[in-house]
Design a protein around this ligand. Structure first.
Ligand code: FCB
Length: 513
């Protein structure tokens, strides 16, 4: 089946789901011949999720809150970056974003209406400590306290990601993440949050996608502060590893209910050929992109991500750092968006040789490496259909990843902290948003997740990205991942068909709803 017929059948699968809910008989066999990577509709119908499975949605402070300079909030690196001409598509900023700072009640009501059990949000460090260290803003704490209470009243678990990329600019001015001092500043911040909210929030993830913000920010310069040095990336990542360990302890010290996990970005990687060199390169990709912050926590050691020795000196690694990094995470959270094909790169390169698709990366032109030390060449395949962000839909990837992490880390409790797709569907003349491709996407991914659960992966939660369309980093407002449409001219929310569908899934623990 070619790509065009696959998309057609995906659409049919989505509209089939809708037709069933209106009491029409489902036509059998819409997906009897699935395209590359797709799941058969019969498997989708069989998929079941355990009782108590945590259906959720995710967001991030800078992407949704707005109120960038209200109530004493300090400037963040993303405020500075988005206010710099030429950095964000369309000159967009997060100054207002979805205005969730003022509209959180409306957003929590949507979550409740859609039967959600978990909301993953993040905190803005500069809202709580405007200068990154020292003085705490009570108004900042109060906002997250109100949000937490609203969630709990709605019967929704508050899942707090402490840091989803927005650093107080004052700390960037002191060298940002390559400055090792940030580890203890960050641990103080995490402790402040846990002290003030830890009586009600029990689920904490220190960092969202730590590889992405350190590599994009300091290695290849597409995120703030726009630096392009592999050494700076190594140092930044090491500080973050120390910070993760220190924060684990500072949270647990003040909140006995706290559980601390993660929100890593991961992509299952497959070797381009069966050659030993490609298989070794794939293992290095996995170590660098998926395990660089997980193995350090669980084993207190860097995974083998480099062709040569681990560059401890360039990282700024000191004796005893292994002990600081090592913490028994209570659960492992990761996002899945798409897969990678990896091969061995013959030529090294001096600086980041990457193409980025939003927050996903491929890299290495020709036979060159993506960066100077891993000698990996990374491709984002196009065998399956693509979303409107250009990412390949590969449902099986979530199965492979959940099984691989389960095998390699002794069957931890897993939370899918994000998964989603960009489609630009907008309200039609009746005001409805018929985003059938998004329904088909989630159906497929969730069928593969259910298969991983049936095969022993201890997955307890799934968070769709995202509750609302929002500020999509350097893509500004040109991409829409929400299950709720936002009209950014007037902040009007419209739950998309995918949101209504997902609400029924959450109520029934099944996909054929
Ligand atoms: C993830 C990010 C999230 C959002 C989605 C589309 O990588 O964590 O903030 O940008 O991608």
């Amino acid at each position: 089946m070619d790509r065009r017929s696959f998309i057609k059948s995906s659409l049919l699968a989505g509209s089939g789901a809708l037709a069933r809910t209106r009491g029409l008989a489902a036509r059998s066999g819409e997906l009897q011949e699935p395209g590359p990577g797709a799941v058969r509709i019969s498997e989708m119908r069989r998929a079941r999720f355990p009782d108590g499975f945590l259906w959720g949605m995710a967001s991030a402070a800078y992407q949704v809150e707005g109120a960038w300079n209200l109530d004493g909030k300090g400037e963040s690196n993303w405020d500075r970056f988005s206010h710099t001409v030429g950095k964000i598509k369309g000159g967009a900023t997060g100054d207002v974003a979805c205005d969730q700072y003022h509209r959180y009640r409306e957003d929590v009501a949507i979550l409740k209406r859609l039967n959600q059990k978990s909301y993953r949000f993040s905190t803005s460090w500069a809202r709580i400590q405007p200068a990154g260290t020292g003085a705490v803003s009570q108004r900042g704490i109060d906002y997250y306290s109100r949000l937490t209470d609203a969630l709990l009243e709605a019967g929704i678990r508050p899942f707090c990601t402490i840091y989803h990329w927005d650093l107080p600019q004052a700390l960037e001015d002191r060298g940002g993440w390559p400055n090792r001092d940030l580890a203890s500043y960050y641990a103080d911040f995490a402790g402040i949050l846990a002290k003030n909210l830890g009586d009600r929030i029990t689920t904490w993830a220190p960092f969202n996608m730590p590889w992405t913000f350190t590599y994009y920010g300091y290695g290849v310069g597409v995120f703030p502060p726009g630096k392009t040095s592999f050494d700076q990336f190594l140092k930044a990542a090491h500080t973050v590893n120390l910070a993760q360990g220190e924060a684990f302890r500072s949270i647990k010290a003040v909140s006995r209910y706290a559980t601390v996990g993660s929100a890593y970005g991961m992509a299952p990687a497959y070797p381009k050929t069966a050659s030993e060199a490609d298989r070794a390169a794939t293992a290095r990709y996995h170590a660098m992109n998926n395990l660089y912050f997980l193995n350090t926590a669980i084993h207190g050691e860097y995974p083998k991500a480099f062709v040569g020795e681990t560059p401890y000196e360039a990282m700024g690694f000191k004796p005893g750092d292994g002990k600081i990094m090592k913490v028994p995470l209570d659960w492992v959270g990761f996002h899945y968006y798409t897969r990678r094909i990896v091969s061995h790169a013959n030529e090294r390169c001096l600086s980041g040789n990457v193409r980025h698709y939003g927050t996903e990366t491929e890299g290495g032109g020709g036979s060159a490496s993506r960066d100077p030390m891993t000698q990996i060449h990374v491709e984002m395949p196009t065998e399956g259909p693509l979303t409107e962000a250009g990412l390949e839909i590969w449902p099986r990837g979530i199965y492979d990843l959940a099984m691989q992490i389960s095998r390699e880390y002794n069957h931890p409790i897993i939370e899918i902290s994000e998964n989603g797709c960009c489609y630009l569907d907008a309200p039609d003349e009746t005001g409805r948003v018929p985003d059938t491709r998004r329904i088909a996407f989630h159906q497929q991914i969730l069928a593969e997740l259910a298969r991983a659960i049936a095969d022993g992966a201890r997955v307890r939660a799934y968070h769709a990205w995202s509750l609302v369309d929002n500020f999509e980093w350097t893509d500004g407002y040109t991409e829409r991942y929400g299950l709720t449409y936002v009209d950014f001219r007037n902040q009007k929310r419209t739950i998309k068909d995918s949101g209504h569908w997902y609400g029924r899934v959450a109520a029934l623990n099944r996909l054929d709803v």
